[in-house]
Design a protein around this ligand. Structure first.
Ligand SMILES: NC(=O)C1=CN([C@@H]2O[C@H](COP(=O)(O)OP(=O)(O)OC[C@H]3O[C@@H](n4cnc5c(N)ncnc54)[C@H](OP(=O)(O)O)[C@@H]3O)[C@@H](O)[C@H]2O)C=CC1
Ligand SMILES: C=C(O[C@H]1[C@H](O)[C@@H](CO)O[C@H](OP(=O)(O)OP(=O)(O)OC[C@H]2O[C@@H](n3ccc(=O)[nH]c3=O)[C@H](O)[C@@H]2O)[C@@H]1NC(C)=O)C(=O)O
Length: 295
């Protein structure tokens, strides 16, 4: 059953926990998604809300929020492929694969997103990403309002980027490589611990603020300028990692003020324009420069 939540507090839909009011949030099951996609226009689709911030104002577009699927509901082995529903979380997929002795997803245990969004944004860490074992995706094309498959060879993937545009990913098919379960568990835990030791967890964040610039690291540049622990309103820069913001009772506009300051200071000091990784949804009075193309 599809529920439409009117005038919904958007802070409940993102891991950062800020944002204004959304006109219409469609709360649905994964199996309802193909139906609703053919019926509505002017929407954004969310995964786990871990890479987005909504403005503090009114958001008038429709928002599709799908209830996450567990690994037992959303992952199947179909002939020689791993078929994964887009609404399975990255970590559920990683641990499911470890239990089944399927390698290649050890990196994914600590990524907070869902598979659809992770492919869209080519999420990754520790030298691996979602493009690696991907064979094809099943999508809804928003322009033609049709469903179809796309081979991964026909998608351009780069660092935190894919060429997927105006499409909703419904399912993904990955190749299967078997290994000993105990080896996979060990590697998964090792990478998870590595991530936990260098990044904040158990606190509201949206992952990295900026992408790393070529041959450098956003965190290192921001740290060198003294941003660790910097606070504006109810948002502060993590003491653990200078490329993370933590919401300790603030708003999106507090976060945007810090993001702009960070971008300005790195540009002035190093002549490097940091490109935000987080996606900004809604109307903003001021925004940081979103990509170098805008200069
Ligand atoms: N490496 C890491 O540790 C971290 C990585 N991340 C990244 O953030 C993303 C987080 O995932 P998640 O929290 O689930 O995503 P979000 O809910 O934050 O959504 C991010 C964007 O993904 C698009 N999207 C969502 N679902 C789909 C879908 N089924 N098909 C096509 N596009 C979709 C939407 O684009 P639109 O607005 O155009 O509708 C949305 O704006 C991953 O891509 C990952 O790269 C985030 C934090 C940490
Ligand atoms: C969290 C994300 O992805 C993470 C991913 O989890 C990790 C692990 O692979 O590698 C990237 O972080 P990162 O480049 O900041 O990795 P780190 O190893 O923590 O830092 C890189 C370098 O900067 C230095 N560093 C980092 C933070 C800081 O405050 N000070 C500092 O000097 C580190 O010492 C290291 O020399 C991804 N970030 C980006 C923007 O690519 C995300 O995309 O949201």
């Amino acid at each position: 059953m599809i529920r439409i939540l009117r005038n919904f507090q958007l802070k409940n839909l993102t891991t950062f926990g800020t944002g204004g009011i959304g006109r219409s949030v469609y709360l649905l099951k994964s199996s309802d998604l193909p139906v609703i996609l053919g019926e509505i226009d002017d929407f954004v689709i969310l995964g786990n809300g871990s890479n987005v911030i909504f403005s503090d104002d009114y958001f008038s577009k429709n928002i599709l929020y799908v209830i996450p699927l567990s690994s037992s509901e959303g992952i199947n082995i179909v002939s020689d492929c791993l078929e994964v529903d887009a609404n399975v979380s990255s970590s559920a997929l990683s641990w499911w694969c470890a239990r089944k002795g399927i390698s290649g997803f050890e990196f994914a245990a600590g990524i907070p997103g869902r598979i659809g969004a992770c492919i869209f944004g080519n999420a990754g860490c520790f030298g691996s990403d979602f493009s690696k074992n991907l064979k094809r995706i099943f999508v809804f094309d928003c322009a033609s309002k049709t469903f179809g498959e796309i081979d991964s060879g026909d998608i351009q993937f780069s660092y935190r980027k894919s060429s997927i545009k105006d499409k909703v990913i419904l399912k993904a098919y990955f190749e299967i490589n078997f290994d000993k379960s105990e080896n996979i568990f060990a590697k998964t835990l090792e990478l998870l611990n590595k991530k936990k030791s260098s990044q904040p967890h158990g606190i509201k964040t949206f992952g990295s603020v900026f992408k790393n610039p070529p041959d450098n690291w956003a965190g290192k540049l921001l740290d060198s300028l003294g941003f660790r622990g910097y606070k504006f309103g109810g948002v502060r820069v993590s003491e653990k990692h200078a490329n993370f913001l933590e919401n300790i009772g603030g708003s999106t506009s507090d976060a945007v003020k810090i993001i702009k300051l960070m971008q300005d200071r790195v540009l002035e000091s190093y002549n490097i324009l940091l490109e935000p990784e987080v996606r900004f949804l809604g109307e903003f009075k001021e925004l940081p420069i979103l990509s170098g193309d805008e200069l």
